[in-house]
Write a protein that binds this ligand. Structure first.
Ligand code: KIV
Ligand code: NA
Length: 275
C-alpha cells in the first residue's frame, strides 16, 4: 500500500493523484480495482448512503462502521476517513480519543478534518501522535450553517488571501495533503503552487495536484442532481432500475424463477413423499 510520502513524491513528479469516496465493501473493491490512489470514507456518506439532508448527523460510530467495510474491500489502498461533525471541536483530549477510535477500529490510514483556525492545534497534535492528517478548506460542509449554504468560497481577493494563509498553516501544522472544495480555479492554482504538500480539488479547477469526487456522482447512483463541478462517467441509476424492474416483472409474469433456477429431488423420493 502507498504511504503518505508517496503522495508528496507524486506532487514533485507532477503525477496526478486520484481519490474517490467509497462507503462500503463493493464500492471500495471496485475503486481499488479501478486503480485510484486514495479512497475517502467521506462523511458525505450521511447524505449519499444514509439519506440525511447534510453531514451534520453523522457520528464517529458511523464513520467506523463504514471505514471497516471499505478497508475490507480495498485492503491495498490508502484509506482516509473523515472525522465527523463536532468530533474534533470540544477539546484536544476528546479529539485525540475520537481519532484513536477511528484509526484503531476502523483501520483508516489517515484522517481528514475540515477548517483551519481552532482546528490547527488538532492537526498538529494528531500529527505529533503519528496520525496522518488531510486538511480540508474552501467549502467545508460541516460548517454549512455558518457559511450560509453550499456556496463557492474564496471569490474575493480578501477571502482568497485568508484561504491561502490557512492552507499554509495547515501545512505547517503537519497536514500531509489538503482538500480544496468549491474555490475559484485561480485560487486553487495559487494554493497548489504555494504549498509543498499535494492539493486535492473538488470543484477547484484543473490545476490542483489531485482530484476527488463522490463515488455516487461518478457513476450516477442514487443522486437526483449533480453539482456543476461533477462529471458523471456512467449511469448506475438506469442500470439498476432496469434490472430491478425486470426482476419485478418476471416474478409477476411467472417467468422467474424457472426450473433451471430450482433444485430437484429424484423421482423415487418424490413418490415416497406423496406415498
Ligand atoms: O465527505 C466527502 O465526500 C468529502 C469530499 C467531498 C472531499 O469530504
Ligand atoms: Na467530508
Amino acid at each position: 500500500m502507498k504511504r503518505s510520502g508517496h503522495f508528496l513524491k507524486m506532487k514533485q513528479d507532477d503525477e496526478k493523484m486520484v481519490m474517490v469516496t467509497a462507503y462500503d465493501y463493493p464500492s471500495a473493491k471496485l475503486a481499488e480495482q479501478a486503480g485510484v490512489d486514495m479512497i475517502l470514507v467521506g462523511d458525505s456518506l450521511g447524505m449519499v448512503v444514509l439519506g440525511y439532508e447534510s453531514t451534520i448527523p453523522v457520528t464517529v460510530d458511523d464513520m467506523i462502521h463504514h471505514s471497516k467495510a471499505v478497508k475490507r474491500g480495498a485492503p491495498n489502498t490508502f484509506v482516509v476517513t473523515d472525522m465527523p461533525f463536532m468530533s474534533y471541536h470540544s477539546s484536544l483530549e476528546e479529539t485525540m480519543k475520537n481519532a484513536a477510535k477511528i484509526i484503531q477500529t476502523g483501520n483508516a490510514d489517515a484522517l481528514k478534518l475540515e477548517g483551519a483556525d481552532e482546528v490547527l492545534e488538532k492537526i498538529s497534535a494528531l500529527t505529533k501522535a503519528g496520525v496522518p492528517i488531510i486538511a480540508h478548506l474552501g467549502l467545508t460542509p460541516q460548517s454549512v450553517g455558518v457559511l450560509g449554504g453550499y456556496k463557492v468560497q474564496g471569490k474575493s481577493a480578501e477571502s482568497a488571501k485568508k484561504l491561502i494563509e490557512d492552507a499554509k498553516k495547515c501545512e505547517e501544522a503537519g497536514a500531509i495533503a489538503l482538500v480544496l472544495e468549491c474555490v475559484p480555479h485561480q485560487v486553487a492554482k495559487l494554493v497548489t503552487e504555494t504549498l509543498g504538500i499535494p492539493t486535492i480539488g473538488i470543484g477547484a479547477g484543473p490545476d490542483t495536484d489531485g482530484q476527488v469526487l463522490v463515488y455516487h456522482d461518478v457513476i450516477n447512483y442514487g443522486v437526483d442532481r449533480v453539482a456543476k463541478f461533477v462529471k458523471t462517467y456512467g449511469n448506475a441509476n438506469e442500470l439498476i432500475r432496469q434490472a430491478l424492474e425486470s426482476y419485478v416483472s418476471e416474478v409477476k409474469t411467472r417467468d422467474f424463477p424457472a426450473l433451471q433456477h430450482s433444485f430437484t429431488m429424484n423421482d423415487e423420493e418424490v413418490n415416497a413423499l406423496y406415498g
